[in-house]
Design a protein around this ligand. Sequence first.
Ligand code: SF4
Length: 416
Amino acid sequence: MADTAEILSWLGNLAQLEESPECADVVLLNTCTVTHKADRDVRKILGSLAKHHPCLPVVVAGCGVKTAGAQLAKYPNVKFVVGSDRPESVAQALATTAGVDDGAARLMNGMESCGQLTLGRRRAFLKVQDGCNSSCTYCVVPLVRGRERSLPVTEIETRFSKLVEAGFLEVVLVGIHLGRYGLGEGLSLIWLLRQVDRWADRLQWNGRIRLSSIEPGEWNDELIDFLRSSKRICPHFHVPVQSGCADVLLRMGRPHSPDSTARLIERLAASFKDVAIGTDVLTGFPAESDSEARETERWLVALPFSYLHVFTYSKRPGTVAAELSGSVPATEIRARSARLREIGRHKWLDFLGKGIGWRHEVILEHSTSGGYTGRSESYRKIRVEQASPDGMARIVRVMGRAVRDGWLVCDGLQEA
Ligand code: SF4
């Protein structure tokens, strides 16, 4: 069965691994039927998701589908049971499920299909760049997605206008190298963002723009100054680092150092009144020693990240790292991942807590028995325990009151 990393590589920046179901838009359950216990575990997980997260859609894939697909499909929140073991089929099901409200989701693969993925009716992803010219030694993206290319601005304008007309309140601009948008054509991300701002003014759109990840080397002072001055761009930046250890980064073929990235993260944190800074970290890279893993942990703890997406290394055929010796034992990888997730959990709770007593602008996305949930401009998960006077199709202002179960509980709901 194609593993999660490969499925994610098909989704590119449209998807991010979340640490818990509370943060996720969709759950991927990769089943295994090798043992009876594995079968039982799958049912246990599905039962628990149905009980504790009844609104969270689930995509089931893996070899368990071949023997028990029909039974698994009966669980109430299972939206797709994918019989194929092709990673692109699983990725397609995830994309479609994430856009389940209007069925408009499409899997992005190649610029000809570069377009939008909708999440509910309020947030939409608009892919403006695809491909990668880098050569990180662990990564299959350059092999499966090809060289960098940017969507022509006229096409972006057309798609952006359609999303605005369709009533979306947030548009997330995505690309594997969003920070390198248009460089081959003498353009830049800042140039594109200025165009988006002009279109939004012309369309009298009161929504907001969010940026997907931007690699450490793609930041500069001009971009930070521009983002600081923007009224529409959410103060939420994802800067994938993968490791905080210089030697590991070197072996990974990553073109940045822990020192330069640390300066960037500090600078971002100091430049905004309230900002979410997230990162990806990859653990268990070949020959990563215990002291190197601990170095990364210390590095992450010391920096003002708001959340971590933790990935465990797995060998991708065709990559340089697949030929490297020094595999880290699975038990050790699990232990390192658990420590990193714990660091990430603390950072997330700290970040939520800093939102107490602050006003937040939230797009309400789901109604629950006790109110509404949604994301704030700074990416906090917000729960509002009161009724919205006129439904969810708007951005509302709320006041942070308490942190509970990984959410910032807010009240004082008003129209923004
Ligand atoms: S920059 Fe590195 S990790 Fe990112 S897509 Fe390119 S090769 Fe993969």
